[in-house]
Design a protein around this ligand. Sequence first.
Ligand SMILES: Cc1ncc(COP(=O)(O)O)c(C=O)c1O
Length: 391
Amino acid sequence: MNYEQLFSARGKHVQSPRLAGVNYELTFNWGYPDPACLPNEAVLEAAERALRTHGQDPLQYGGAMGNPKFADQLVEKLRRDQKMDITRDNIMITSGSMPILGLMCDLFVNVGDTVIVEAPTFLGAVRVMKNAGAKVIGIDLDANGMKLDQLEAALATLKAQNITPKFIYVIPNFQNPTGLTTPVERRQAIIALAKAYNTIILEDDAYYDLRFRNQSLPTMYSLAGNTGVVYMGTFSKILSPGMRLGWAVGEAGLIKTMSTMKVDGTSPFSTHIAEEFCKEDGLVNNIAKVRAIYAQRCEQMQDALSEFMPAEVKWTDPDGGFFVWLTAPEHVNIADAVTKARARGVDFQIGVPFFADGRGQNTARLSFSYVPFDQMARGIQIIAESIREVM
Ligand SMILES: Cc1ncc(COP(=O)(O)O)c(C=O)c1O
């Protein structure tokens, strides 16, 4: 059967495969939570409570939200921690936050439309956008996020061609892959540019709660006055990626439209367990626990990098999150270093897939979230030796 002849315009565009997960002895490759941060026992107890006290509801079909009480808890959490001025009408619960990227493309992006992203950015997001047929324009980052002059020039050039980008995708806290945080003034300036050029912002705040130092910053959603920004978040890094729980926040009308488009019903099973888990400060305590673990892991990686990396290699020192971004001198081909490190059982990720346009040969992302504590230094030493060899 020639299926392609029946494909939609979008189907014909599907081209960016997921990166394959191969198991090496030590991996600095993936944004996986530390196994010690996945609270088996507490989830088991929450599941038992949910099944004993919620009747058949966890096993029954639910609405688009799954369990509405969990939505209430989430609104409370976002009001308390993220300081967002929202109600239930502003929130949609999803199966992890990835589907929000898909819904944003379904709602806004026709094949050939333009979206703007940070360069580098989360490769999963670029995959979804490219598969939707979007032209993805990357704006370089400096230490404070998207370069404003470059963003403005790109918006002006597009406008001259009568093109309005459908959205600007920003990860303002402890960005994946660089670990960088966009300060308030830069957030405000990006918002002002989005408004001036009639487009919106998709704010991906997957790591908001994992701040190790300095003050939490207001969300772009709040800074924009609760309009023109869709905010997305996830339980994957603060509770469990396996439970597949995420959320979108936006203006009530837009959230209603997105909820209507949403194909899957968010899992009643997961949302009932999550409700029980979050009660009596369960989530608050878990966030405090995992934040301390990742802070320690990050420090450990920074120490190992300082000890082993060649002097010419630079890296970021994030205020939170999972990732450090490494930049070697221009001529260094990190792909060769990855091959060498893999031969010794250590995996890490070259920076290229995080750019929409294939740059980044001399860069890498190192995840400090997953490698066993006592193997961190040895792993970094092997990566450093591999880079030194190809230099
Ligand atoms: C920036 C960012 N956004 C979104 C996600 C997707 O997470 P999930 O679908 O598990 O919520 C990730 C996961 O690594 C991420 O790093």
